[in-house]
Design a protein around this ligand. Structure first.
Ligand SMILES: Nc1ncnc2c1ncn2[C@@H]1O[C@H](COP(=O)(O)OP(=O)(O)OP(=O)(O)O)[C@@H](O)[C@H]1O
Length: 707
């Protein structure tokens, strides 16, 4: 039956059933189980299509709820039973769910039918059995996925997902001719042979060289418009990106014209990317001799920017200055910390890439997904661990790198051919690395054992019973074996800019200007601050960042390390919570309030917040900062892209669906040297390690099918 006719023919619905459903959804919003926004979407649907079935109203409200939790869509299969597992509501709510569900469709087909009958839902099931797509009439909801696994979307997320999937597949599939022999020559110079490893740890006679995934990543990036490089901390993602840059320069017919840009979701991550690319290029130069002038290349790259500013953020608009009609002017873009990029931002980035340019996405697929909806990197790397290279890719890699890879039994997509997982961490030969691996593998028992052993003082589980007092102690003096704490930066502040001049007569003789001495002091303060950080899983409660910020501030004031008189005080660490292009500050930037250079010399009270990007200082007068929070403690989400010598991860007392393996892994891997974990309720960490985030999305399905 044609769709219009089917809609026409549907049975008139009992109005009271819909009113009752809406009433229930509003009541759930009153209880705080749903957001007002969620029930409002159901009300909107009913207003626009009074014939919409109760199932459509329920699905709309739950879709809005799911989007608020970071999912791109609502898998209808989850609605066949009362959506208890999906929502994780309290017991009382479960009873209400059961009651409502008794009047809703019992099978998947019933839900699909109800949505197909609603004129606000665009039909876009992708499998043939579902028939042709309907023309786009601008419907606010979209029924996508397949008939066997239907997905309900808000229109805009469906559009973003489609844009991302098609741009990714198209870029990955567009292969460029490569002089394989020349590539091999350069790659052999850039990568030293890998160590021989026993295949079985117990049998050293059966040994073979370790696969050089970094070399493979460079070769793949040479041949296509898209490469995705994933790997845990210290696996050499930026090291590889630097070699890739050098390789492109070496093999480019007109290297002097190559336009390269570096970007990351936060200012701090962007600065770190630039810094570590510079370091890697520096260490590469001796092995290349004078054949390639990396120095010149480095100066031409320009500073790394946030993805927002690269795309040209416009005040009060979702649109960026760069898009498909006004693409970015570049030949190569390297993006770090891609796990933090949400679906909408990835769609904007891909739209703005010029067709000929190469895009290299770096990131850790196992880290927390973006705060906003989507789990783009995780979806793109769904098969990364399995290595699904086809025969053509394996032939290419053998010739260009000398690496022989075994055939894969699974058919790989265009994206799979351009995806590499780096597997050997060079930063974590230590217990922190071992702990991160156990957590990632969901091995709660071995992970807890490592923590309890307090191995070399590197990892440490706070003793029970845990009280917030332990965090104040950590903030004031660290712990045995890990002395870094907030006292370090506060004592540096107290020493003042003139301390070095007093110690060093050459500087006292006037070789360093007061401005320079002030800038050096500010940098020392910011570097010392980054040696220690408290990371919380949640905002609220006594174990949340809000209460801990207040507690730490009081404890430091009691020791006279700070004088918090009023909102702005010397030594207040602040985190920016909103992008402000005019001020040059971005969501997630962390800085410290200090006297300005002129105030330091004149004794006036002018205070500025200082931020450090690599070697570069930025500052903003505190009077201009409207959207900041104190940052003695911050959430694990906000810490992504940063590292601290001593990281303290604080779990709450009550678990729940947001305390997950990805959250714990992300927190742990922020630690460079020492890790302390505070677990108020024994067993909670183990529960978290066993709980994995599954963000609903159709992106993996689309990219694996190339649709
Ligand atoms: N093939 C290699 N040979 C020697 N040193 C390496 C190699 N790969 C990486 N390294 C070194 O290991 C360290 C970690 O590398 P890098 O910073 O590139 O990792 P990463 O994956 O980008 O880490 P993260 O994203 O966690 O900061 C660096 O000091 C780097 O120089």
């Amino acid at each position: 039956m044609p769709d219009g006719a089917r809609r026409h023919a549907r049975a008139p619905l009992a109005r009271h059933a819909m009113t009752d459903t809406l009433h229930t959804l509003h009541a759930w919003a009153d209880q705080g189980w749903l957001r007002r926004l969620d029930s409002a979407l159901a009300a909107f649907v009913q207003q626009q299509d009074p014939q919409a079935a109760p199932a459509v109203l329920v699905a709309s409200a739950l879709l809005a709820q799911m989007e608020g939790r970071g999912h791109s869509c609502l898998p209808l299969a989850k609605l066949v039973q009362p959506a208890a597992a999906l929502l994780g509501w309290p017991d009382l709510a479960q009873l209400e769910l059961q009651a409502l569900w008794s009047s809703l469709p019992a099978g998947l087909d019933g839900w699909v039918q109800a949505l197909q009958d609603c004129r606000l839902v665009r039909q876009a099931l992708t499998d043939e059995a579902a028939g042709q797509d309907e023309p786009d009439l601008g419907q606010p909801l979209v029924l996508g996925g397949t008939r066997a696994a239907p997905l309900l979307y808000m229109r805009r997320y469906w559009v973003y997902e489609q844009q991302v999937a098609s741009a990714i597949t198209e870029r990955a599939a567009r292969l460029q001719p490569v002089d394989r022999a020349l590539a091999r020559q350069w790659l052999d110079r850039m990568f030293t042979p890998q160590p021989i490893e026993p295949i079985e740890p117990t049998d050293p006679s059966q040994a073979e060289p370790r696969t050089d995934w970094q070399k493979i990543a460079c070769a793949l990036a040479l041949r296509s418009g898209l490469t995705v490089i994933t790997g845990g901390p210290g696996t050499g993602k930026t090291y590889t990106a630097a070699r890739l840059l050098a390789l492109l320069l070496a093999m480019s017919p007109d290297a002097s014209r190559l336009k390269v840009a570096l970007a990351a979701p936060t200012g701090k991550a962007a600065a770190r990317l630039r810094q570590s690319i510079d370091q890697s290029l520096g260490s590469l130069q001796p092995s290349l001799g004078h054949t390639l002038d990396l120095q010149t290349l480095t100066t031409r790259i320009g500073k790394a920017s946030t993805v927002h500013s690269l795309l040209g953020m416009q005040m009060g608009s979702r649109q960026f200055r760069h898009d498909a009609r006004h693409p970015l002017d570049l030949d190569l873009l390297i993006v770090d910390e891609t796990s933090m990029i949400h679906l909408e931002m990835m769609a904007a980035l891909l739209q703005a890439m010029p067709p000929h340019a190469r895009l290299v996405l770096l990131g850790d697929k196992d880290q927390l997904a973006s705060v906003e909806a989507g789990s783009v990197l995780g979806d793109l790397c769904a098969h990364a661990a399995q290595v699904r290279y086809d025969a053509a890719t394996r032939d290419y890699l053998l010739e260009a790198t000398g690496e022989a890879l075994p055939a894969s039994s699974a058919r790989g997509s265009a994206l799979d051919q351009q995806t590499v997982m780096l597997r050997h961490s060079r930063r974590f030969g230590t217990t922190i690395g071992a702990l991160a691996r156990e957590v990632n593998a969901g091995q709660a028992g071995p992970a807890m054992q490592l923590l309890r052993q307090n191995h070399d003082g590197l990892v440490w589980l706070a003793p029970q019973p845990a009280s917030p007092e332990i965090l104040l102690q950590l903030a004031l003096q660290g712990r045995p074996g890990a002395s870094a704490s907030y006292s370090d930066y506060l004592l540096t502040i107290q020493a003042g800019p003139n301390q070095l001049q007093a110690q060093d007569p050459t500087q006292a003789a006037g070789q360093e200007s007061p401005e320079q001495a002030h800038a050096d002091w500010v940098k020392r303060v910011l570097i010392a601050f980054d040696r220690f950080r408290i990371l919380c899983a949640v905002h609220e409660g006594e174990w949340g960042d809000r209460a801990l910020n207040q507690g730490v501030q009081r404890a430091l004031a009691a020791r006279r390390l700070i004088r918090p008189e009023g909102e702005w005080f010397i030594g207040r660490p602040v985190m920016v919570t909103r992008n402000d292009k005019a001020l040059g500050i971005f969501n997630g930037d962390v800085g410290i309030v200090l006297p300005s250079a002129s105030a330091s010399s004149s004794g006036s009270k002018s205070l500025r917040a200082y931020f450090l990007d690599g070697e570069q200082l930025r500052s903003v007068a505190v009077s201009r900062l409207a959207h900041v929070e104190t940052a003695f403690a911050m959430t694990i989400h906000k810490s992504q892209g940063s590292e601290f010598a001593h990281t303290v991860v604080v779990l709450p007392e009550v678990g729940g669906e947001i305390i997950t393996r990805e959250l714990v892994y992300t927190g742990i891997t922020r630690a460079r040297e020492f890790l302390s974990i505070v677990e108020p309720r024994p067993g909670l960490l183990g529960e978290a390690i066993g709980r994995q985030v599954q963000r609903a999305s159709g992106l993996e399905f689309r990219t694996s099918k190339g649709i």
